[in-house]
Each structure stands twice: as C-alpha cells, then as structure tokens.
Design a protein around this ligand. Structure first.
Ligand SMILES: Nc1nc2[nH]c(O)nc2c(=O)[nH]1
Length: 459
C-alpha cells in the first residue's frame, strides 16, 4: 500500500485547543493522509519522506477547524423576513412559506449555507432539517449530497414536527408529518446514510423540532429510536419565555423537566439555545452530560435572551456554538459567533471576564466536537486526530498590531481564511472555495428564493 502523502505547514502560530490549551508562537503541523501526524514548536522534523507540499504559513494562526452545532440550511432562501419579531411570531409568519419548499430549493439553500460557513473556516457542519412537505422529494439526500460535494464533515439532524395547531402546537396543520411517518422516515435516513466510523464524513441524528411543534410521543419514541440505532439526539430547548410558558401550561413543568420526563437528557443529546435555564436545569444538564448549542446572534435577533454559558461551563456542561438558521441570523457565519459569544456573555452576567478569548475559541472547536459526539476525532490539533484545520491570516491591516494571535482572531475583525483542510483535503484557498462555484451558488439561491416567494404568495 502506498504511504500517505504528507503536507507540512510551517512558521505559524498554533492554538491546539487540546486539554492543556497548548500553544506555539512559531511551530509546524504535519498532515499525513487524513490525519494529523505531528505538530510542535519550530520547524518540522528533517528527513520526512513523501512530502507532497510545504506551506510557509508565516503571519498565520493555525487552529482546529470550526464546528457548527446548530443550523437550518433551508432558511438560506427565506432570509431578511419578519425581522422585528420574537420567536413565536417569527415562526408563525414563516411556516406557511417553509411548508412550500421542494428538493431544488433545499439543495440550493444547503449549498448557500455550506459555502458561507466553509469559506469562513467551518470544517464540520450540521443541519437540523425539520420541514418535509408531502411530495417534496428526497430532501435529506439533497442536503447530504450538498455537504459531500462541498467536502465538509457533516451531521444531518433529521428533524420532524407532528404537533400542529389542531393539537395545541404552533405550526399550521399542513406543515407537519404524522407520528408514524416521521419515525419511519427518520429511521430510513439513519439506515441509509449514518456512518459510525472514526473518519465518517456523514452522520445522522434523530431530531424532533421543539416542545411546541412535536408530540410527547414523538419525543419519547424518537429517543428510543435513536438509542436503538446508536445515534445522537438533537432538539431546540428553553429558547424563549413563551416556550417556558407553553410547557408549564401544557405539561405542568418547565422545558428541562419535560425533556427529562421523555428521556431527553443524556450524553447522547444536545439542545439548541438553552437560554432560559435555572440553576437546577443547568445541574441536570451537567449531571447527565447533555450538550448545548449556543447561538448568540440568533438569540439576539429574536430577542430570546442570553444563555448562561459561563455558568454552564463552570458546571461542566459541554457547550458548542451554532449559527442557527439564517432566517434568524442572516450572516450565516460561524467565525463571527466566537466574538459574539464572548461579548454577549459579558453583557449577560455583567462580568468582564465571563468568557475569555481562549474559551470562545474552545466553544467553536472542541466544544462543538463534544456536543456532536466527535471529540475523539476532531475539535483539537493532536497527533492521530483528523486533519481538520484552518490557517487564519493575521498579518493584515485589521490584525497585525494585536500581539496575541488568539486575541486577534476572537476580538478582531473576521480574519481571512488562507487555507482550510477537511480530512486532509484543502477546501478553501485565499478565502475562495475550491470545491464549489460561489457565483453559481449565489445565482441559484437567488432564483430559488424568488421561486419560493412566488409559490408561497400564490398559495
Ligand atoms: N431559532 C429557531 N428556533 C426554533 N424553534 C423551532 O421550533 N424552530 C426554530 C427555528 O427554525 N429557529
């Protein structure tokens, strides 16, 4: 068998985000095939064979690739709508449009979402897709295909909704699936697409949408299904005061107690938002190992509130970052969420050191790997882990006068990505995607957004 070809990256600052936060002011990283072979201070060891490429990364910081833990790709074609609404009003305004999506729309929207993230340093993406109109085609296949073509590592959280207005839920009756239909389709998606290997590029999670759009049976049966199939569980939780009120009125308890009563706390679960959590909710997450996808920009856009991330971290809760759907975070970028998480959490606790730059970088890398269940494989730069990493250019006008590279990355303007590698393959060069045509995607998403708006207006 041919030896793996090596790529040697030298003369760069390195933030490994390993268990000791090891950093090198000037060092090297050696990739062999799809793995990190070695890294350390100074130049790469002499005598390396099979070196396909040497990259002089002077002026750069190398970090693990960013990991996005919550998104709704289809929303790329419904951005900029209902801009002054809270969550419930925003959902009610948008459900009728979302219920008209079809496969070409979802494919284009997935390409747009993925392209935006990948060129900003995301190497592992996720999509929580929960709208499956009847006869709309193979939406899961289209999303998974888009991620495969983009070359990013990917988790599809196969979502579902079965509690509509007639059952006291928020979505209109025409926007939901049946309980049995949702469970069967979710199982089929796992069986067809889930890869449990160390270097898997595609994984599937079971992901009923939220307490106000899903029946108790779907939550309970979904949890059992995921555990039978050995995959992870994802949902929205404790996002707004309105959701809290809904849970108290319908179930006689708050969201976290409700989730616990349906089997939804555990090491194999992560939830988006978790804004309205009291001390006992945070303790329950920490005890059970339940993870959180923190989405600061979306929470601000929808006036949901500020999640207690410093308290969660202090309690030992795994926390990653999420862009969230781009109908509630139009920028669609994850690297800016590092800065937003840091700044917003300082406002939340009125504490000047609520989160520091290194904690923010950890949320966007290792924390994300933890909540997606992939911390053994990715999220930090360590020999043997997958070669998912980013070269951030910091000798720019925007950054060069900031001495500390991690501070420059997190506190400074969004840094240009000179190169991004996923599974040892380069997918971004000098801020441009190598795996997709950005201009073609821009045209397709514009056309599909217009087509969807037209169909929704005619309905
Ligand atoms: N931010 C969001 N929260 C949600 N809850 C729910 O049921 N759907 C959504 C969503 O699309 N975004």
């Amino acid at each position: 068998m041919a030896a793996d070809r090596r790529i040697v990256i030298e003369n760069c600052a390195i933030a490994t985000v390993d268990g000791h936060d090891t950093e090198y002011a000037s060092g090297h990283v050696v990739l062999a095939g799809n793995r990190i072979e070695s890294l350390g201070a100074g130049a790469a060891p002499g005598g390396l064979e099979n070196v396909a490429r040497r990259i002089d990364a002077s002026g750069h910081l190398v970090t693990p690739g960013l990991i996005n833990t919550h998104h709704h790709f289809y929303q790329w074609i419904t951005r900029g709508l209902a801009t002054d609404h809270n969550l419930f009003n925003w959902l009610v305004a948008l459900y009728p449009t979302w219920a008209r999506i079809d496969e070409p729309m979802v494919r284009a929207a997935a390409q747009g979402s993925l392209a935006m993230m990948a060129r900003g340093g995301v190497t592992t993406a996720m999509d929580h897709h929960y709208v499956f109109p009847q006869g709309s085609g193979d939406l899961s296949g289209a999303i998974i295909g888009a991620a495969r073509d983009m070359g990013v590592r990917f988790t599809l959280a196969r979502g579902s909704m079965d509690r509509s207005e007639k059952d006291g839920g928020l979505p209109p009756d025409f926007a939901v699936e049946t309980l049995d239909g949702a469970l069967a389709a979710t199982e089929e998606t796992v069986r067809q697409h889930h890869d449990s290997s160390f270097d898997a590029m595609t994984q599937i999670a079971v992901a009923p949408c939220s307490p106000f759009s899903v029946s108790t049976e779907l939550l309970r049966d979904g949890a059992q299904l995921a555990r039978r199939l050995g995959v992870r569980l994802h949902t929205h939780g404790s996002e707004t005061v309105e959701e809290e009120k809904f849970c108290h009125e319908l179930f006689g308890m708050g969201p976290t107690d409700y989730f616990e009563s349906t089997g939804w706390l555990g090491e194999d679960v992560w939830m988006a938002h978790c804004v309205h959590m009291n001390d006992s909710d945070i303790a329950a997450f920490a005890r059970s190992g339940t993870g959180v996808a923190h989405c600061p920009s979306s929470n601000a856009r929808l006036a949901a509130g500020i999640a207690r991330v410093p308290d969660m971290l202090a309690a030992g809760v795994p926390v990653g970052l999420g862009v969230d759907g781009t109908a509630s975070n139009e920028s669609g970028e994850l690297h800016t969420e590092l800065r937003n998480a840091l700044l917003i959490n300082r406002l939340g606790g009125h504490r000047e050191a609520a989160l520091n730059a290194r904690q923010a970088l950890r949320l966007g890398t290792y924390g994300g790997a933890q909540v997606l269940g992939r911390a053994a494989e990715t999220g930090s730069l360590e020999p043997g882990k997958l070669a998912d990493l980013v070269l951030w250019k910091l000798d720019t006008l925007a950054h060069a006068s900031i001495a500390d590279p991690v501070t420059a990355l997190v506190f400074g303007a969004a840094a240009p990505v000179t190169a991004s590698f996923v599974n040892g393959r380069q997918i971004v060069e000098d801020g441009r995607l190598l795996t997709a045509d950005e201009d073609a995607i821009a045209r397709a998403t514009r056309d599909e957004a217009r087509r969807l708006a037209r169909i929704a207006a005619e309905a």
